[in-house]
Every structure is written in structure tokens, then in C-alpha cells.
Unconditional design. Structure first.
Lengths: 66, 468
């Protein structure tokens, strides 16, 4: 699959300049990430299959637990 | 010149039959004598270390210090007071020097150890080879034409070269286990969240682990035990820190593998390994008397999940520098960081969900097994500059492939001890290869006990490289 249009648009949106000499490498590695994405997207998940990334609330210092 | 292990040095200093100063001076001399061939150190701290050693020698509680006078060094992503925290980069040379040591450095020194230097790594920990363009490759002490592995390449090489008995490194996708395997030393990647990361430069915060390297299991457990314990400052200094109490492992080592259920990982972990890696696992299984085979579900997807989380978090961290000064990145990492900065959020969020799905499935496996065996790397150390690796019909990029077998395991934060075996490669019998001893979360003791037994049986060892 050709990702060049996405790569160019996303880079412009982020304000990231991709020099001509780096573009082939960037496209190659983005393609690798896309292959990995196909693998994770290929696992059917249910809405309750939550993320492995969990936020921990930060209590104020010195406050005892009720 | 003394090249003693940590336990031996500490026992001597505690008893007063040797001094910390002598141990540190011998270590500094060894570094000076060998460093030109290895290139493990980015900084040595002779003045600080000798001063610290003298304080240990004069300390009234010296006889109680478990690491009394033990020289150690750290991957240069750990803060060291007075030094910029390079994290293997050129960019961070411009950073202000660290004001204080990383928490784990302080904990090691509080137990009597003496920091002697900082060690090379792949830029921002993004690599498995330590062929760092800015600082030159760190060479494998057992064959100087070969890579040390990475990203904690300096940490493994320094131990294998006998420069220090203990080092610290980090492991996001395999960066303790890969260099342990290729340099033939013992390494421990604890459970994700076990050791606090305060004062270390992050790579991928939701995957980063810290841990020790050593030349024997006792030294590994001794160092690990010294670094355990909850944060006493704000827990938000490391949101991933699980705030576990100290669960000492050293006193448990003598139990060996007795009573532990051990199985070999099949599927992906056999398919992505060359014969020397499979043979090493078989040798360990035989020594432990197990023939049980276990397969984990969807390992390749779990590896992909770790890959994408690494892409998203790792690149975002450096986005401003990627915009302003891309020319200052190592060519070994630059195009990857640039590409990764563009990865859509949907891919990364799905990867986080797959990660949790995989962790829940693997937890079920650990209901009937205590330790799983898998190769740490697909092969022995490649020659520096190697671009491709052939595994069966697959031609794969060599450097990235060093983490094929570690990445699915760190993805779900399991504790792993890597143990080194020798003579497994008929073409390169002088090179080591590591086996991962993988335990359930928070059961580092299980993996360490099995490692201790394999060491006692003589199957696993970490001799200092000869001829340096």
C-alpha cells in the first residue's frame, strides 16, 4: 500500500519537515508500522476490552486517606 | 589485578580484609586497560568514586552493608549528579547537568556500592545493537568484531569485560535481555512497575523497566534487592511504580527450582529462533527435567502492539527536536523516529487494548505454570554492521530482529532473568546465547531461583572475556 500521501499530509499537519534524503527511510518505516497496525487491528476486541494504559489520579501531598 | 564478583568484594570489605578503595582502584585500572577495545564507558568518575570508597572504608556501619565497596556503573540514561544525562544522544549534551543521582543509583550507594561511571547505549534507547554513530560501537568482549547488543550494550559489555561486577540498564522491548544474551552475562528485567524510574531518561514510559546485570545470580539478586521498595516521595514522580514492599530474593535462591512448574514456550518462540537459540532452551529444559510445551495466543500481535506503542510514545517525546534539529539525531534512529511521529492514534490505542488482552490470556497460563523458557535472542551476536538475518524462509532486518523474542514479554511487563549458555552455535562456539526465564508478575523470585539452580548445575555461567 502506498502511504506517501498520508505521510506527507500528516507531516505537514504536525509541522514536521521530512528532508528529501530522509523520505525513503521514513516511508519504509511507516510501512513497517502499518504492517504492525494490520496485526493489532486484526484481533477482534469487544468494547469492554480496555486499554493497558491506566491513569492514576494524583492526590495532594500529605492528605490522609479517609 | 582483582576481577572479583560483587559478593566477594562486599564480604571482604565488610570483614575488613580488603578495602573499598582498593576494589574501586582496581576496577578503574581494569577499565583503563580494556576500554580502548570495548568502548563501554561514556564517562568514568575516578575522583568521585575514590572519595566515596574512602567514606565506605571509614563508615561505622560498613560491616552491615550488603554491597560494601562494590563498584558499579549505569547506562547513561540514569541521572548522575554533575553530568548531562545523554541517553546515548548528541542532543542531550546541551542539557543541564543532573542535580542529583537517579533514585536507583542512590539506593545502590546507600547499600555501600560505589558508582564508577556511565555507559554507552543506543540513542534514546531505540535499538538493539549499540552501534551508536555519535560515540562509536560498543564491542562484544567475547568477539570484538561483533555487537554487544542493546540498547544497554555498555552495561552488558562492561560486566562481560570484567570492568565492573554490576551494572544497571533499562529494558523497554528487550534492552536488558538482548545484550545479556549476546555478551553472556546474567540480566534481570523485573516486573513492570517494580523498580522506580525516578531520575532516568524515558524512552516509552508505558513500557520502560530498569534492572541489573551481573556475572552470577547471587550478585544479580543482591543488587536487585538493594534497589527494591516503594517511592518515598510523591508517587506521581513515577506513575507506573507499583509501590510494592521489598520482597527479598537473595535468601530464596538456595531453594532452586524445587516445587516450581517449568515449561518451554513453543510457537513464535521456536519459529523465530535459529538452531543455537532452540538448542539453548532445550539444554535448560533438560537440566530442569521438563518436557512440557506451552503456546501463548497471538504472540505476533502482542509484539506488534509493543512495536506501535513504542512508535507513538517514543516519537512524541522527541517531536520538538525532530522538528528543530533532525540533523542531530543518530542516522540509526532518525528516520524511524520521523516515521513514528506520524503513526495515527487509532493504531496506538488499539495496540494498548491488544496489550491488555494478551496480558489477561497469559495470566491464565500462569495458573498452571511458574516459569516459562524462551530464547532471549534468535541467534548469537552478529558481526558489527550486519544488515540482514535469515530465519528459515524469512529475510529480516538484523538489528530489529534481536528483539523478536523479548518484545512480546516486556509488552505485558513479566519479570525475566536472562541466563547465558555457551557452545550452542557450532559455527561460533566461543559466543554465548541467553535463555529467558519468564515468571508471573511480581514473581522475580521464581525466575531467580531457577537461574540459581542452572548456575549451580554448571549449565549457565558468565566468565570474564579472555585476552582483553
Amino acid at each position: 500500500m502506498d502511504h506517501s500521501a498520508y505521510v506527507d499530509a500528516a507531516a505537514a499537519t504536525l509541522g514536521l519537515k521530512i528532508a528529501a534524503e530522509h523520505r525513503p527511510g521514513v516511508l519504509q518505516f511507516f510501512g513497517l508500522a502499518a504492517n504492525m497496525a494490520a496485526l493489532v487491528q486484526g484481533l477482534p476486541l469487544q468494547p469492554h476490552d480496555e486499554s493497558g494504559s491506566v491513569f492514576h489520579p494524583v492526590p495532594p501531598q500529605g492528605v490522609e486517606r479517609p | 589485578m582483582s576481577l572479583d564478583d560483587a559478593s566477594v568484594i562486599a564480604a571482604r570489605v565488610r570483614a575488613g580484609s580488603g578495602s573499598a578503595r582498593d576494589a574501586v582502584a582496581e576496577c578503574l585500572a581494569r577499565i583503563q586497560a580494556t576500554e580502548g577495545r570495548i568502548n563501554a564507558f561514556s564517562a568514568t568518575l575516578a575522583e568521585r568514586a575514590l572519595k566515596r570508597a574512602e567514606l565506605i572504608d571509614a563508615h561505622p556501619q560498613r560491616h552491615k552493608m550488603p554491597l560494601a565497596g562494590v563498584p558499579f556503573a549505569v547506562k547513561n540514561l540514569f541521572d548522575v549528579a554533575g553530568l548531562p544525562t545523554l541517553a546515548g544522544s548528541k542532543i542531550e549534551r546541551d542539557a543541564a547537568p543532573a542535580k542529583r543521582d537517579a533514585l536507583l543509583v542512590r539506593r545502590m550507594e546507600a547499600h555501600g556500592a560505589v558508582l564508577v561511571g556511565a555507559l554507552h547505549m543506543d540513542e534514546y534507547a531505540y535499538g538493539f545493537s549499540t552501534e551508536n554513530t555519535h560515540y562509536g560501537p560498543t564491542r562484544n568482549p567475547h568477539d570484538l568484531s561483533r555487537i554487544s547488543g542493546g540498547s544497554s550494550g555498555g552495561s552488558a559489555a562492561a560486566v562481560a569485560a570484567g570492568q565492573v561486577p554490576v551494572t544497571l540498564g533499562s529494558d523497554t522491548n528487550g534492552s536488558i535481555r538482548v545484550p545479556s544474551s549476546l555478551c553472556g552475562v546474567f540480566g534481570l528485567k523485573p516486573t513492570f512497575g517494580r523498580l522506580p524510574r525516578v531520575g532516568s531518561y524515558p524512552f516509552v514510559a508505558s513500557l520502560d523497566h530498569l534492572g541489573p546485570f551481573a556475572r552470577n545470580v547471587q550478585d544479580l539478586a543482591l543488587s536487585y534487592d538493594a534497589m527494591q521498595g516503594p517511592l518515598h516521595g510523591p508517587a506521581s514522580d513515577d506513575p507506573a511504580c507499583a509501590q510494592r514492599p521489598i520482597e527479598a530474593t537473595l535468601p530464596l535462591l538456595e531453594q532452586g527450582a524445587q516445587g516450581l512448574r517449568v515449561a518451554v514456550l513453543g510457537g513464535w518462540f521456536r519459529e523465530m529462533a535459529l538452531p543455537e537459540a532452540g538448542d539453548a532452551v532445550d539444554a535448560v529444559a533438560q537440566a530442569l527435567g521438563t518436557t512440557r510445551l506451552v503456546e501463548l495466543p497471538e504472540v505476533e500481535r502482542a509484539r506488534a502492539a509493543a512495536f506501535l506503542i513504542t512508535c507513538g510514545e517514543g516519537a512524541q517525546l522527541h517531536l520538538e527536536d525532530l522538528k528543530k534539529r533532525p540533523q542531530d539525531f543518530d542516522p540509526m534512529t532518525r528516520d524511524r523516529f520521523l516515521a513514528n511521529a506520524l503513526v495515527p492514534a487509532a493504531w496506538v490505542m488499539q495496540a494498548q487494548r491488544v496489550r491488555h488482552w494478551f496480558a489477561r490470556r497469559v495470566a491464565r497460563v500462569f495458573e498452571t505454570v511458574d516459569v516459562l523458557l524462551a530464547p532471549a535472542t534468535p541467534c548469537v551476536a552478529p558481526v558489527i554492521g550486519t544488515e540482514w538475518l535469515q530465519i528459515g524462509e524469512r529475510k529480516l532486518p538484523s538489528r530489529a530482529s534481536m528483539g523478536l523474542l523479548t518484545q512480546p514479554i516486556s509488552c505485558i511487563g513479566l519479570p525475566v532473568v536472562t541466563v547465558p549458555l555457551w557452545g550452542m552455535s557450532s559455527a561460533n562456539p566461543h559466543l554465548p546465547i541467553g535463555v529467558q526465564l519468564i515468571a508471573a508478575p511480581w514473581r522475580e523470585d521464581h525466575a531467580l531461583r531457577v537461574a540459581a539452580q542452572l548456575q549451580a548445575q554448571g549449565l549457565c555461567s558468565a566468565p570474564i572475556a579472555r585476552g582483553l
